[in-house]
Design a protein around this ligand. Structure first.
Ligand SMILES: [Zn+2]
Length: 113
């Protein structure tokens, strides 16, 4: 349950921002999830509901934007958009890949009313 820990940390982060910005409520949170981050968007949404249930953030809209990651093949040097369901080089079918982007999960936007 990797996602549950992430949501817990994110909730703390959001509350910290609300305190700093003196916000009493927020309407929407947007999170960007890289396809190579290892985070499953649907689990993340479920976990967010679980951690915010009964809190001041339970009615806040939670938006997840999937960001396609890119990788490079160590055999032929090809750079491409990584397909998490088929992690092989599209050119030589090699499987020695180095992730270039898409490994992060970012709290992108917090929208206040
Ligand atoms: Zn290759």
């Amino acid at each position: 349950m990797h996602e549950l820990g992430i949501c817990d940390a994110m909730l703390k982060m959001v509350r910290g921002i609300m305190k700093d910005e003196e916000l009493t409520e927020i309407t929407r949170i947007t999170v960007e999830v890289g396809s190579l981050s290892g985070v499953v968007s649907s689990y993340l949404a479920d976990c967010w509901v679980a951690v915010t249930d009964g809190t001041e953030l339970q009615d806040t809209e939670f938006v997840i934007e999937d960001l396609p990651g890119t990788a490079q093949c160590m055999d032929c040097g090809e750079e491409f958009t990584a397909d998490v369901n088929d992690l092989r080089c599209p050119k030589c079918r090699g499987n020695k890949l180095v992730p270039l982007t898409g490994r992060d999960l970012t709290l992108k936007e917090i929208l206040a009313p």
